[in-house]
Design a protein around this ligand. Structure first.
Ligand code: 5AD
Length: 351
C-alpha cells in the first residue's frame, strides 16, 4: 500500500515510471490512492492552466467510414447506420453559430470518408481559416499519408486528434480488422508531430481484453510521443457491434488515469470527454477534479447528431449547442472552474 503512494510521489517528481511500476500503480487503483492522485494532479495543472477550462466546438462532419473497427458504432459493416455527410456550407454554418457562442477552436471530426480528398478538405479548411482567422482548426479524420497531412496543414489546420487506441500490438489486433495496424497508426502520429501539428493521442479505458499491463504500455507510449493533448474515455459498448455484450469501462478507472496522465505530462491538454459524461451524470465534473482542463461540446446540426453514435446512450444528442454550452458553463462554475473564450493552445509544445 504505502509503496503505491511512493510510486505516485515518484511519478510527480520524475514524471515517469517503468513498465513494471506503471502496471503496479494501475492495478493498485482504489478510492484512497485515487484521491491522493487527484489532489496532486490539480496541483500539477494549476501553474499552467489554473482553474480555466478550454472549450472546443466539435463538428461531426461525416459518419461514413471505410474502416471496420470492432468497437465502433459507425464501423462500415454496421448497415443500420443512417449515413450522412455535411456540406461545406453546413460546416461553415456550424462554425458561425459556434463563433457567436464564443468558441475559438473548431474540431472537424469524422469517419474515414473517402469523399474527403485533400482537395475537398483543404477547400473547407481554407474557407474556415479565411472567415475565422482567430480560431484554431483541429482535424480528427483518421489515417492519411504524410503528404496529405502536409497539405491540410498548409491549408490552415493546426491540430490533429488521432487516438492510438492501444499501444500494445496484440491488443490492437483484438480491436481492429486485419487491414489496420498499430505500426501505421503510430507512424501517422509521428508524421503529424514532425509536420508541426499540435497532436492529440489517446485510448479507451476498459476496452475489451485490456489489461493493466496494456494501460502501462499506453502510458509509456504517451511519454515517448509527448503529445499536446491526450483524449481518453471509457469504452462503452454499441449494441450493433460485435462488442455489444462486453463490459463498459469504469468512470473510476478513467478518472484515475486522467490524474496519472496529468502527473506525467503536467502541461498536456486533457479533455473530460463525452464518453466520460455518458458513463456518469457527473463524469465531466469528476474529470476536471481529477486533472482535466478541456471540454468538447457538440456543434453538429441537431438533425445529424443521432446518427453519429460511436457507443450507446451518448449524451447531448438532443440538446441545442447554445443550451449545451450554457449548462456546461454553469456546471463548471458550480465546482469552481471557469470556461474561457480562448484558442486554448497547449503549453506542451516545447518538443
Ligand atoms: N466506446 C467509447 N469510445 C469509443 N470510440 C469509438 N468507439 C467507442 C466506444 N464504443 C472512441 C475511439 C475513437 C474516438 C473518436 O472514439 O477511441 O478514436
Amino acid at each position: 500500500m504505502t509503496d503505491l503512494y511512493k510510486l505516485v510521489d515518484k511519478l510527480e517528481e520524475e514524471k515517469e515510471l517503468s513498465l513494471e511500476e506503471w502496471t503496479r500503480l494501475i492495478e493498485g487503483q482504489s478510492s484512497e490512492i485515487s484521491e491522493y492522485v487527484f489532489s496532486k494532479a490539480r496541483k500539477a495543472r494549476e501553474p499552467f492552466y489554473g482553474h480555466e477550462v478550454y472549450v472546443r466546438g466539435l463538428i461531426e462532419i461525416s459518419n461514413i467510414c471505410r474502416n471496420d473497427c470492432i468497437y465502433c458504432g459507425i464501423r462500415c459493416s454496421n448497415v443500420k447506420v443512417n449515413r450522412y455527410r455535411l456540406t461545406k456550407e453546413e460546416i461553415l454554418s456550424c462554425c458561425r453559430s459556434g463563433w457567436e457562442m464564443g468558441f475559438r477552436t473548431f474540431v472537424m471530426q469524422g469517419g474515414e470518408d473517402p469523399y474527403y480528398t485533400d482537395e475537398v478538405l483543404c477547400d473547407i479548411i481554407a474557407a474556415i481559416r479565411e472567415e475565422f482567422p482567430e480560431c484554431a482548426i483541429t482535424l480528427s479524420v483518421g489515417e492519411r499519408s504524410k503528404e496529405s497531412y502536409r497539405k491540410l496543414k498548409e491549408a490552415g489546420a493546426e491540430r490533429y486528434l488521432l487516438r492510438h487506441e492501444t499501444a500494445n500490438e496484440e491488443h490492437y489486433r483484438m480491436l481492429h480488422p486485419e487491414n489496420l495496424s498499430l505500426a501505421v497508426r503510430k507512424e501517422c502520429l509521428f508524421n503529424l508531430r514532425e509536420l508541426g501539428y499540435q497532436v492529440g493521442a489517446g485510448f479507451m479505458v476498459g476496452a475489451p481484453y485490456q489489461t493493466a499491463r496494456h494501460l502501462a504500455e499506453d502510458m509509456i507510449f504517451l511519454k515517448e510521443l509527448n503529445p499536446a493533448m491526450v483524449g481518453i474515455g471509457p469504452f462503452i459498448p454499441h449494441h450493433d457491434t460485435p462488442f455489444a455484450d462486453m463490459k463498459a469501462g469504469t468512470l473510476e478507472q478513467t478518472i484515475y488515469l486522467l490524474g496519472l496522465i496529468r502527473l506525467m505530462l503536467p502541461k498536456v491538454l486533457l479533455p473530460a470527454t463525452t464518453a466520460l459524461g455518458t458513463s456518469d451524470p457527473l463524469g465531466r465534473e469528476k474529470g476536471m477534479e481529477a486533472g482535466a482542463n478541456v471540454v468538447m461540446p457538440n456543434l453538429s446540426p441537431t438533425e445529424v447528431r443521432k446518427d453519429y453514435l460511436l457507443y450507446d446512450n451518448k449524451i447531448c444528442v438532443n440538446e441545442e449547442a447554445a443550451e449545451n454550452l450554457r449548462s456546461l458553463k454553469a456546471r463548471m462554475e458550480a465546482i469552481g472552474y471557469m470556461v474561457v473564450c480562448d484558442r486554448g493552445d497547449s503549453k506542451n509544445m516545447e518538443n
